[in-house]
Design a protein around this ligand. Structure first.
Ligand SMILES: *[C@@H]1O[C@H](CO)[C@@H](O)[C@H](O)[C@H]1NC(C)=O
Ligand SMILES: *[C@@H]1O[C@H](CO)[C@@H](O)[C@H](O)[C@H]1NC(C)=O
Ligand SMILES: *[C@@H]1O[C@H](CO)[C@@H](O)[C@H](O)[C@H]1NC(C)=O
Ligand SMILES: *[C@@H]1O[C@H](CO)[C@@H](O)[C@H](O)[C@H]1NC(C)=O
Ligand SMILES: *[C@@H]1O[C@H](CO)[C@@H](O)[C@H](O)[C@H]1NC(C)=O
Ligand SMILES: *[C@@H]1O[C@H](CO)[C@@H](O)[C@H](O)[C@H]1NC(C)=O
Length: 456
């Protein structure tokens, strides 16, 4: 008689019994449950909303061949610079990022003060170094019957992780197995949309490069940053995220595939790349983002000159960062309200122009993206919020307001080039009574480029 069969008999018997054998029955129920749902794979919650799928056969990344997609720049260079080690358990690309297969993470060798995910108010003023782990020898282990790579230096955390690698003989003692493809990200400024967007794009093109479906790829945060309002981007664009600090409840985790993403400073859309052209799969990234947040992603190169949407993004003080407890922001127009009123008045004289403004800090991300997706001319003060220029439809325009002291920073001009958006820097003097006039003139110039006869 099979165990299942035996169990179901006991279960039947249980129905006819009463309270007398309560404890015994409880035990029997447990046995029955065990037989019905064999716990072959570990069942646990990786992130708050989505459990790890147990459909192992369809998503086991160690069974999946790696066929690279080498379309465009930078993917073509990544393809050309692949280095294989340890029977392809370790693959390094352009000394920029790497991939491990069947690797074991020994979490005890990631040393740190925090686990990450705390509420901001609980960790105000904590040192930035507390939000990162130190990766010690044996943190990462791979099956390797050959010599491990020597003398290869990567940037920042990846160098530490690469040099922590040792080889293992057996993975039988792992207390958790993650079969799905995972991207490990060490975020820099998790509360800043510029840094977040550049990191998100990195993770997205890594998916395209290794031809993994972003919605089935797990994100592993290697940092210990507190919970942030932008974290939701990671669970929307990818399958889900988890934090290394929270994985410390397992001592050895076998990951069938981990892509160790390059740090933010090496993102292909970071200002330091000085990009002059759109990088690989950028339009797909934008579309994926807008779709995940239910914003209109249908790229329409044609501007509707019967109703041009002009949007001004305002700035407000807001606590989003443990090292800025007052939430006070710099680079704010001192008389923003007045400026906005007079802009509204000026634009209202033109029936085909629709001028609106909003503050994003307390608006749900869906509404932020929906607003940007329908904007034709985007106006805002130099600051991370202008990162949303990446989500404008191509062939639209950005008017960046900047003060004389930071006018040489070209982060958003770069992002505009990447998304094929027209760009205008509008240098304004803080206290000048003609600020509104100046902004209007800068905007008018872009409006007339998009729709030459709209203001007549
Ligand atoms: C599980 O995998 C099988 C085989 O690939 C597939 O047909 C099925 O739809 C998958 N189920 C789920 C819930 O993903
Ligand atoms: C790379 O991706 C593009 C776009 O999805 C696709 O057309 C192309 O066939 C892919 N290349 C390879 C080698 O799979
Ligand atoms: C190398 O990898 C292949 C495919 O994963 C495997 O079949 C083979 O046994 C490995 N060889 C060694 C020496 O580990
Ligand atoms: C490693 O190599 C040795 C000798 O080349 C061999 O005997 C052993 O089986 C290999 N181990 C694995 C795991 O491939
Ligand atoms: C694209 O723009 C044209 C012209 O303004 C408009 O007629 C059309 O409906 C738009 N298409 C989409 C998908 O928004
Ligand atoms: C003007 O913009 C607002 C906000 O985007 C929108 O609700 C409204 O429909 C627009 N009006 C016209 C005429 O396009």
């Amino acid at each position: 008689m099979g165990f299942n069969n035996f169990c179901s008999k006991l279960c039947m018997q249980y129905r006819h019994r009463r309270r007398r054998y309560f404890l015994l029955n409880l035990f029997v129920i447990s046995l029955c449950l065990c037989a019905i749902f064999p716990f072959k794979y570990h069942i646990f919650q990786l992130s708050s909303n989505k459990p790890l799928s147990r459909n192992a056969s369809s998503i086991d990344s160690s069974q999946k061949k790696i066929i690279l997609n080498c379309t465009g720049d930078p993917l073509s260079t990544w393809c050309a610079t692949e280095m294989k080690y340890c029977n392809s358990s370790l693959l390094i690309y352009k000394k920029l990022f790497f991939l491990t297969r069947s690797a074991i993470l020994q979490t005890i060798h990631a040393e740190g003060k925090r686990v990450g995910g705390e509420q901001i108010q609980a960790v105000l003023n904590q040192a930035e170094t507390d939000e990162y782990f130190h990766f010690k020898k044996n943190f990462l282990q791979i099956p390797c019957n050959a010599s491990l790579p020597q003398g290869i230096t990567l940037q920042y955390h990846l160098s530490k992780i690469l040099s922590s690698i040792t080889s293992y003989q057996t993975s039988a003692n792992a207390d958790l197995i993650v079969k799905e493809s995972t991207i490990a990200v060490n975020r820099h400024d998790y509360a800043n949309i510029y840094h977040t967007m550049t990191d998100l794009y990195t993770a997205y093109i890594l998916c395209r490069f290794f031809q993994r479906d972003p919605k089935s790829v797990r994100i592993l945060f290697l940092d210990a940053h507190p919970h942030g309002n932008l974290d939701i981007y990671w669970s929307k664009l990818f399958h889900s995220y988890s934090r290394l600090g929270h994985m410390k409840k397992y001592s050895k985790i076998l990951y069938h595939e981990i892509i160790w993403a390059q740090p933010q400073a090496q993102s292909d859309i970071d200002v330091q790349r000085h990009r002059k052209q759109t990088p690989s799969f950028f339009a797909d990234f934008r579309q994926h983002m807008l779709e995940q947040f239910h914003a209109d992603s249908t790229a329409n190169r044609t501007v509707n000159c019967e109703s041009l949407q002009i949007f001004y993004l305002g700035r407000r003080n807001y606590v989003a960062h443990p090292r800025n407890p007052s939430g006070k922001i710099t680079r704010q127009l001192p008389n923003e309200k007045q400026v906005l009123e007079s802009l509204q008045k000026k634009f209202s004289g033109y029936s085909k122009l629709n001028f609106t403004y909003s503050y994003f800090e307390q608006l749900p991300i869906e509404e932020q993206l929906q607003t940007i997706a329908r904007t034709d001319v985007f106006i805002g003060m130099h600051g991370a919020g202008l990162t949303y220029v990446t989500m404008l439809k191509p062939n639209r325009a950005l008017v960046e307001l900047s003060g004389p002291s930071w006018q040489s920073q070209d982060h958003f001009q770069q992002l505009a080039i990447i998304n094929q958006v027209r760009y205008r820097q509008c240098v304004i003097q803080d206290e000048s009574p003609t600020v509104a006039e100046k902004i209007f003139d800068c905007t008018k110039e872009k409006v007339l480029q998009l729709c030459p006869s709209i203001m007549t």
